[in-house]
Design a protein around this ligand. Structure first.
Ligand SMILES: Cc1cc2nc3c(=O)[nH]c(=O)nc-3n(C[C@H](O)[C@H](O)[C@H](O)COP(=O)(O)OP(=O)(O)OC[C@H]3O[C@@H](n4cnc5c(N)ncnc54)[C@H](O)[C@@H]3O)c2cc1C
Length: 395
């Protein structure tokens, strides 16, 4: 079967569906092939940064997302000895974004909103239980092998976007390396409906508790708080997932409270990897297929959505004949460089900050919060507005 006049997107995660939404909005026919039987409901990303919300507003999906999420205008750093060290307010960069706040909302809500919006549009088709397995490039198309109902089928598309997550089959089929490393420790996320506002004075909905050994990170989502802890390499998965262990970690959050209602716990490994190339001819990698990083600072999905908008904006121009195919090189150049320069660097720095308890870090935080120019610079970096500006500078 020839489906030459379509773009194929592998993966219906947040990044693949944002790419689909932007192409369909511009009248470009898209097929999405998703390995799973339905959209994933897994509890993963829950932070949307200001420029990502601006992009989602352009796709006309931000209003329902905000309605289902929680607006977080401030973030803070604390430690056990001093309590509140510094607090930042995204209102200080309100001239740079239409959404001067983080939105706390699970990524599964975004995928459902986009899917429901695109369903029924003649330029959009999606097939579940249809993993992409093979890719062959031709001079003016790309042949994709898909597994469906126990059979293998081959179809031709004009372009292929691999948004099929960290273990990307598209990346493997293209023979693109995924260089980097895996941190020795793992992270445990404990979700509880406990009212932390009643127990911790001055708390805001995004709060980092710095500590060299037992740091934690408190993040409120609608109806729940997520508390993230570091699990040392020598602590086994079995131990980390035992209810008593989670309760013992939670007992360190508020002095005097040692029993919590725990709704669920998730343990996961953390990687820092960037693909050797984001483009191979007619095929592209975006989102976790192209890069993975630790979740501190919430940059994985956000960076992936920035990839999706950057790439599809160029594909639209090339598809319409307004720009030559060479335009697509700029996607690889811009997004790979800012992923390395900003997303990798900032997420590693965020991890170091949380593990720090030295005077220098506290002093730096306090000075930054007290100085409007330093505050602005800090907020532009953590909101990822800085990384987008840097991409633009690359031409
Ligand atoms: C606990 C946790 C918290 C996080 N918090 C944040 C956060 O707050 N902010 C943030 O920005 N990031 C966060 N992240 C990272 C974020 O979840 C990922 O970056 C994000 O899911 C990437 O989206 P994606 O669409 O690229 O990939 P995925 O969400 O992994 O989606 C890929 C899709 O492709 C499908 N697929 C796989 N193989 C194939 C195939 N061969 N063919 C077709 N389909 C296939 C999968 O089934 C899946 O539906 C967090 C991650 C974790 C684990």
């Amino acid at each position: 079967m020839t489906t030459f006049d379509r773009v194929l997107i592998a993966g219906a995660g947040p990044v693949g569906l944002v790419a689909a939404a932007n192409l369909v909005r511009h009248g470009i026919p898209v097929t999405v092939l998703e390995a799973g039987p339905d959209l994933s409901t897994e509890s993963r990303a829950s932070t949307f940064h200001p420029p990502t919300l601006d992009m989602l507003a352009d796709l006309d999906v931000v209003k329902p997302l905000i309605e289902q999420g929680l607006i977080a205008p401030k973030l803070q750093y604390r430690n056990r000895r001093d309590g509140l060290i510094a607090q930042f307010d995204f209102g200080d960069i309100a001239d740079q974004t239409r959404h001067p706040f983080r939105l706390q909302c699970e990524q599964s809500k975004l995928t459902r909103i986009i899917h429901d919006k695109l369903r029924g549009n003649p330029d959009f088709e999606i097939a579940f239980a249809s993993p992409v397995r093979g890719v062959t490039e031709n001079s003016d198309s790309v042949t994709v092998t898909v597994e469906r109902g126990g059979r293998s089928e081959a179809h031709d598309y004009r372009w292929l976007i691999g948004a099929d997550g960290a273990r990307s089959d598209v990346r493997r089929a293209l023979g693109i390396g995924f260089e980097g490393f895996t941190w020795p420790e793992r992270y445990l996320v404990v979700s509880t409906p406990f009212d932390f506002y009643g127990a911790i004075p001055d708390l805001v909905s995004v709060s980092y508790m710095a500590d060299p050994v037992r740091w934690h990170f408190l993040l409120q989502i609608p109806g729940l708080w997520r508390v993230m802890f570091r699990i040392a390499a020598e602590e086994s998965d079995q131990l980390a997932l035992s209810p008593d262990f989670a309760q013992a970690l939670m007992a360190q959050v508020v002095p005097g409270i040692d029993r919590y209602e725990i709704v669920h716990t998730t343990l996961y490994r953390v990687h820092q990897r960037v693909a050797e190339a984001f483009r191979a001819g007619r095929a592209f990698l975006i989102g976790d297929a192209a890069h993975v990083n630790n979740p501190l600072g919430g940059m994985g999905m956000n960076g992936g959505i920035h990839d999706a908008i950057n790439l599809t904006g160029r594909l639209i121009e090339v598809w319409r004949g307004n720009k030559p195919e060479a335009e697509l090189e700029r996607f690889d150049l811009q997004r790979r460089l800012v992923t390395k320069e900003h997303v990798e660097r900032q997420s590693i720095q965020n991890k170091k900050n949380l593990e720090s308890d030295d005077y220098e870090f506290r002093d730096w935080l306090r000075r930054t919060a007290a100085d409007p120019a330093l505050t602005r610079d800090y907020l532009l970096r953590v909101s990822m507005i800085g990384s987008l500006a840097r991409a633009e500078q690359l031409g």
